[in-house]
Design a protein around this ligand. Sequence first.
Ligand code: ZN
Length: 455
Amino acid sequence: MTAIHARLALLDGGWAEQVRLGIEDGIVVTVDRDARAEDADVRAGIVIPGLVNAHSHAFQRLLAGRTEQRGPGRDTFWTWRTRMYALARQVDAAVLETIATRVYTEMVATGYTTVAEFHYLHNEPGKTATGDAMFDALVAAAEASGIRLAYVPVLYERGGFDDGPPSDDQLRFVRKLDEFVAHYERVRAKAGASVSVGIGAHSLRAVRPASLQAVADIAARDEVPMHLHVAEQEREVDECLATFGTRPVAWLLDKMGVGANWCLVHATHLDGGETEALAASGAVVCLCPSTEANLGDGLFPLQPYLEAGGRIAIGSDSHVTVNPFEELRWLEYGQRLAMRTRNVAAVGRPETGRSLFEAALRGGAQAAGLSASGGLANGAPADLVVLDDDSPMLAGHSGRSLLDALVFSGFTLPIDRVMVAGAWQVEDGVHRAEASSAAAYTGLAKRIDLDEERP
Ligand code: ZN
């Protein structure tokens, strides 16, 4: 058994002092408060649970910083997507493994202990059906980085709401419904303690309603998370109104029986009725603040949604930044700028950083299909972060404001150690795969050329 003795730990029921956590087979098996340290214990200052990154497209990490030059017309999500497709054309299983190993390592180093990989890059370049090579690449990356992987294969079958055929670039993403379901069944059989499998659909524009229903039925049958991009762009809302006569989230709530196993990604453009009804559904909305800002998507109606009891998770999506505390900071700052007020997300308790952290912890666990609340408790996965007790960033803070300090104090995170499934991945502030993942990624990034692909 591994034991950690913490001066201060954020447990399921709140902060506690002099906590001794016993860990066996990747699970927390004992939680003792006001406990004395024993000789063999790992001494920790402050322990908090790891967070779930509930929405990732690992390959897009290589796009960060490469889409920030203004083009001849108006740059939008749709011009960005052209560049993303230019990258996707060059991503085979080996390239995916290199990028994913790097970005997953970065995630663990910043305190994410689980990633939900929303995966639609099913086919390798030049091939229409290559079995499970891309899944195998993601599993290898998860193992190399030590992150817990919630693999979410998503269905992609058409070019848009008009039911048009996929473009040449989109052929990389397309599998027929029966082929897609066969892939899901195969990878489910390969899942293990640190790899789970959910299911999803790319978006309302990329799948037919009957196929979406079929995928949702599988999710309900197997009690796995069901993920979907929705209402990220106003154009999608307009096209949905023109096609179905109703807004995307209203249509989903009406037709698809959205419930607690659903994770709606973005859901940026909601009217008041959708906001209330979505909160009441028990579903999770995965917000991706740095990507949504980078792409100019818009702002989610956070305060009315939280006040109605809505659940949120966070995701780093395109990975323009990989830092959960920065995502939470941006989530709050966007709202402050729009509403010209402060402490918007502090709904139900006064501390904003802690409110954001705990909402993302609970919602992330739900979105990834993890059992329980995501917090540290007896029987919970041993996924945790040890903060540096000597950090100037945390000096003078008690439990009451520690998470506020982490969210609102800047970039350099005072992370000493990170454990996933009972194994240390980060020690003395350094991830065990930091050097190897950086070397492989650097070599690749110098080879991949997107400039020729500029439209
Ligand atoms: Zn996405």
